[in-house]
Design a protein around this ligand. Sequence first.
Ligand SMILES: Nc1nc2c(c(=O)[nH]1)N[C@H]1C(S)=C(S)[C@@H](COP(=O)(O)O)O[C@H]1N2
Ligand SMILES: [Mo]
Length: 380
Amino acid sequence: MRPEAFTSRLHDPRVASLLGIWLGVTFGTAFVTGIVSHFMQHPPGWLDWPSRPVWLYRFTQGLHVTSGLVSVPLLLAKLWTVYPRLWEWPPVRGVAHAAERISVVPLIAGAIFQLVTGIANIAQWYPFGFFFTVTHYWVAWITIGALIVHVAAKIAVVRANVGRDRAARAHLTDRLSRPEAAGDGLSRRGFGLAVGAAAGVITVTTAGQFVPGLGDTVLLAPRKPGIGPQGLPVNRTAQAAGVLATAGDRSYRLEVVGPRSFSLSLTELDASSVVTVRLPITCVEGWAADATWTGVRLADLLDRAGVPAHATVRVESLERRGGYRTSVVRPPHARDPKTLIATRLGGEALALDHGYPARLIAPDRPGVLQTKWLHRVVML
Ligand SMILES: Nc1nc2c(c(=O)[nH]1)N[C@H]1C(S)=C(S)[C@@H](COP(=O)(O)O)O[C@H]1N2
Ligand SMILES: [Mo]
């Protein structure tokens, strides 16, 4: 376990520093975009997310998932590069050194946890007993806190390692293994190319799920834009949501509850002044798919019910259980002329799995808030 025992040239401080910089970029991106996604789904009282630009959430969430996936080869490479450090001797050289070493534990544990749970969520695989979004959110804070401590502790070392000043590098006591020339196995350049190629392949085969027109390159994602009923993926089917009987019921009516409540049958809804808009569904799992929706403007229904312009409303599904059976719509979205209670998709009646008889579709909004199988709109 002495440093001489690790003969690979890749246990090298410059390699570790370069990987560290890239990981800082990808984890920083995933953190910021993750916070955006969290506060879009759970906005504090003082915050009204804008409903424009239409593509904003598609962009931030696509970046979130892509930066997380690209972190996988980077993190594995980094852990390989630095693992001889585990056997560093003496294990601690004072308080600052001890603090720096201990901060690496939540950093590594948190980073691995975030990547594993994020990928499990994309695969809709929940072997763990906790609720994904809440845990993923809180562990993000722990991980980013540990990352900031780590960057603060290492910034001087990284500067010296990647800078042009060779003298500065020579002064470093921060050696991972024997000095340069020594070592065997893969060269540093070969390693860099391999890690870069892995990151590149992951980007190309997953980013197409949110970049318009690149759907055909999506080889690694479990759901692909363009594939599914009416050319659109489905996350929760009507059967899974337990709405097969209620959604198909001919006595269906949409209730609008406000100062002047009223209700409409599906025929009446279709006969109202309908408009057609092109908007994406943007799932938190990273896929986005454009579609053409036809329906009544939510704002028109709210006006008719006498709901004031500054009011917040809630849309409610026929679904009886499930975390996404209702969603809150604040004024920027409720009053946006592109926000519809849609009854048609691509010119046809909505498929049962896409929310027949009626669903919400709004611009710049996470998929989890695009509630399907609507039966009530309530002023809060
Ligand atoms: N009632 C209800 N609506 C829902 C959901 C749900 O589970 N229940 N899932 C949401 C999620 S996570 C997404 S991504 C979109 C997907 O819409 P689609 O299945 O029509 O593509 O529906 C949303 N609407
Ligand atoms: Mo979703």
